[in-house]
Design a protein around this ligand. Sequence first.
Ligand code: C6P
Length: 408
Amino acid sequence: MDRTLVRRDFPILDQMVNGKPLVYLDSAATSQKPRQVLEAVDRFYREANANVHRGVHTLGTRATDAYEGARAKVAAFIHAKSEAQIVFTRGTTEGLNMVAHGYLRPRLKPGDEIVITEMEHHSNLIPWQQAALASGATLKYIPLQADGTIDLQDVEATITDKTKLVAMVHVSNVLGTINPVKEVAAIAHKHGAVMVVDGAQSVPHMPVDVQDLGCDFLAFSGHKMMGPTGVGVLYGTREALEAMEPVHFGGEMIETVELYASTWKEVPYRFEGGTPIIAGAVGLAAAIDYLQAFGMSHVHEIDFALTKYAMDRLDRIDEVTIYGPRAERGGLVTFNLADIHPHDVATVLDSEGVAIRAGHHCAQPLMRWLQVGSTARASFYVYNTEADVDALVAALVKTKEFFSHAIG
Ligand code: C6P
């Protein structure tokens, strides 16, 4: 596939920022959207917009078909056994909170354990922390190795028969670490615990097969995989979803409502209270089509090649510290430049048209583990090229010069 043609699919990339061509290296925060997705959402509103599962009229049927078609597409994309295992959510954060509130809290007792790692995004940390605080359960952390990976022996040592739930990020949004979630799921299951995977950074960038991983729940966000903001997915096994309570009550999710009691629709509809995210799901389906035209293995190869190229180039700049493992990793590189504050780095880079993220990346415990307040991060997707990395490196060299003059 010709990568310069790929770029043409993303109209937003074709612009000048601060007088320089835009170089977008912040896809881990949110990805850009190809015109195929923009057109699918536009077409939906122009030709099919109606509420779903209610109207008997033609538009209602069109909208319902489009929405349920998107569900089937997502199921096939992550190799779920059935579309009934796909719950549309607002994103990863909402999916993880639904599991914490609907699945974990009702069965958590004092003395039970929840196991996570020190590299978790706040969205895969606070819901479990709050569940532990509310119930008297203990939150335990699998420690990190010096290179930002986890050791399966530590996993074995941390998960016990008291563990009710293990939650782990598949690909770290800071370190790029790809965690062995399949092996961890097997250990969790040996102890009767359920396995929750935060797929926010994996599903957009590599093949993910939920049956092969053996996880009970997996959450991800559409906006990080070329889909619209405001749509995400919670996958669960049939058994896990049947055991989960709804957390959003109202229209669409009920079977019968009496004055003092109600019953719920079958899974997954009982989890989608209110008018669902219809156009978002349609856009996500178009994003999946777009990604599948590449093939997810190819997406992963492109991201990793760019990351490796970036790490090689960054290594050549004095005083750049790169965090995370070097070999197997996701499509991002987190770094610091001397003791220049990452926000200053990002600001100078922006003046050169280069968009990166700076901050704690919603992973404050991990920042403490790295012994830094914040970091800079460049993240890649299939619309990026080596030229973008070269622009990043050139802008960083300028940043370093700028600050050495300013300080000197
Ligand atoms: N990380 C980043 O720049 P939401 O906001 O619900 O779509 O995704 C939350 C989330 C959960 N887990 C991981 C591993 C993530 O990376 C994210 C989002 C963005 O790294 C915004 S902080």
